[in-house]
Write a protein that binds this ligand. Structure first.
Ligand SMILES: C[S@@+](CC[C@H](N)C(=O)[O-])C[C@H]1O[C@@H](n2cnc3c(N)ncnc32)[C@H](O)[C@@H]1O
Length: 348
C-alpha cells in the first residue's frame, strides 16, 4: 500500500498545559517542565538545592560505593530501588557479567523506574525489578536460585517522588488524601487508622515511632476522628497545641506524620525482618550498607550489626555512622538527617 492510500491518523488533540499563577509553578502537577525532563529547568531546580518534581536525588553515593565496593561480575541487591539512582551507580561497577535485583513495594513508581533504566540500556540480563517488600528478600533470592548476594543496599523511608506527590498523601506542604501508603494496594490509609484507634494506643504509637513529646495530648485530640486530607490533620494538630509557637508546632506536625507513616507501612517490622535475614542473604565476604533517616531506624541497624559482629556473623562493621558531607547537605537538604552504616559477612 502506498503512503497516500494509508488510512489517515485522526489528529492528536492538543493538550493544554496546566496553567499556574505567578512566575514559577508551585504545585507538583504544574511543574510540567521538570516532569517532562526539561534539562535546563531541572539544572536550575537542583542548583537551588531542590529536588525536581517526580525525581529523587540519591544520597551519599560515593560513600555507599566505597563501603560496598561493587566489582565486575558481582550479584547486587538494591532493596529500595526508588528512582534507581544508587542502582544505576552500582550497575556501572558490576558490569560486565554482574546483575542487580531491584526491589520496591511501590507499584506506582516501580514501572517508571524500570522503564528509565531499560531506556539507559540495562537489559533484563543485568537488571531485574521485583515488586516486593524487602522483608521477602530470602524468597526472591530462592526463586532466582541465588545462594547469596555480594552487595546489598537499603536506603530506608520514602522517595522524593512519593513525598512530593500530593496524591500519595505524604505531603504536609500540599493538601492531599490522608493515605501515606507506599503500596496503596495493601493495608489501610492513615485516615482509616486514625478513625479506629484509641487515644492511649495512638499516644503510644506517636511516642514509639517518633519520640513525640506531646504524644498524650495529641493522642486524645486525634484518635477516633475523621480527617480526609493531610491539611485537615495538620490543622487539627495545630488546634490541639494552641500554646505551642508556630515553628515548634511544625516539628510536632512532622513527627506525627512520620509516626503515622511508619505505622501504616509497618516499617519497623519490615526492617527487623530484613536485619534478621541479611546474613543468610549475603555470600561469605558480602557487604551490606543501610541508610537510615531517624533514630528508630538507626537504633535497630546499629543493634543488629553489633550483635552480628559479636557473634561472628559479621567480620567487620562500621565503627561510627557516616554522614553526608556539608556540601551535599547544602546541595540536597534531604541528605541532612541520613546516617550510613555497613557490615561485612564473615568468610565462613
Ligand atoms: C529513599 S527511597 C530510595 C531511593 C533510591 N535509593 C534512589 O536512589 O532513587 C526508598 C524507596 O524504598 C521503598 N521502600 C521503603 N520501604 C520498603 C520496603 N519495606 N520494601 C520495599 N520497598 C520499600 C519506597 O517505596 C521507596 O521507593
Amino acid at each position: 500500500m502506498s503512503e497516500e492510500n494509508l488510512p489517515s491518523e485522526p489528529p492528536v488533540p492538543h493538550k493544554r498545559r496546566v496553567r499556574y499563577r505567578g512566575k514559577n509553578p508551585r504545585r507538583f502537577e504544574e511543574k510540567y517542565k521538570e516532569h517532562g525532563s526539561d534539562t535546563a529547568t531541572i539544572a536550575k531546580v537542583v542548583a537551588a538545592g531542590k529536588t525536581p518534581a517526580g525525581t529523587h536525588r540519591p544520597i551519599m553515593v560515593a560513600e555507599i560505593i566505597e563501603v560496598l565496593a561493587p566489582q565486575p561480575g558481582n550479584l547486587a541487591v538494591d532493596c529500595t530501588l526508588g528512582y534507581g539512582g544508587h542502582a544505576q551507580e552500582i550497575l556501572t561497577k558490576i558490569l560486565p557479567d554482574g546483575k542487580l535485583l531491584g526491589l520496591d513495594q511501590d507499584p506506582i513508581e516501580l514501572p517508571k523506574t524500570e522503564a528509565r533504566l531499560r531506556a539507559q540500556g540495562f537489559s533484563d540480563n543485568v537488571f531485574s525489578t521485583h515488586r516486593s517488600n524487602f522483608a521477602g528478600l530470602p524468597q526472591i533470592l530462592a526463586a532466582q536460585e541465588i545462594a547469596g548476594a555480594d552487595v546489598i543496599l537499603a536506603d530506608l523511608g520514602v522517595s522524593s517522588m512519593q513525598i512530593d506527590d500530593p496524591a500519595r498523601g505524604f505531603s504536609v506542604k500540599f493538601s492531599g488524601p490522608l493515605d501515606m501508603r507506599m503500596n496503596p494496594q495493601r493495608g489501610q490509609p492513615v485516615s482509616a487508622l486514625l478513625k479506629k484507634i484509641q487515644p492511649a494506643a495512638l499516644a503510644q504509637l506517636l511516642m514509639q515511632n517518633a519520640d513525640e513529646p506531646k504524644a498524650v495530648q495529641l493522642g486524645s485530640a486525634l484518635a477516633g476522628k475523621s480527617f480526609a486530607t493531610t491539611h485537615e490533620l495538620a490543622e487539627a494538630i495545630r488546634a490541639a497545641l494552641p500554646h505551642v509557637p508556630k515553628e515548634e508546632c511544625h516539628l510536632n506536625i512532622r513527627r506525627v506524620f512520620q509516626a503515622l507513616r511508619i505505622a501504616v507501612n509497618d516499617e519497623f517490622s519490615a526492617l527487623d525482618n530484613l536485619l534478621r535475614n541479611l546474613p543468610a542473604c549475603l555470600k561469605p565476604g558480602g557487604r551490606v550498607a543501610i541508610l537510615t533517616f531517624h533514630s528508630g531506624e538507626d537504633r535497630r541497624v546499629k543493634k543488629a550489626f553489633i550483635n552480628g559482629h559479636e557473634t561472628g556473623i559479621y567480620s567487620a562493621i562500621s565503627q561510627d555512622i557516616i554522614r553526608a558531607t556539608p556540601e551535599e547537605q547544602r546541595a540536597n537538604p534531604r541528605s541532612a538527617p541520613a546516617k550510613l552504616r555497613w557490615a561485612r559477612r564473615a568468610n565462613v
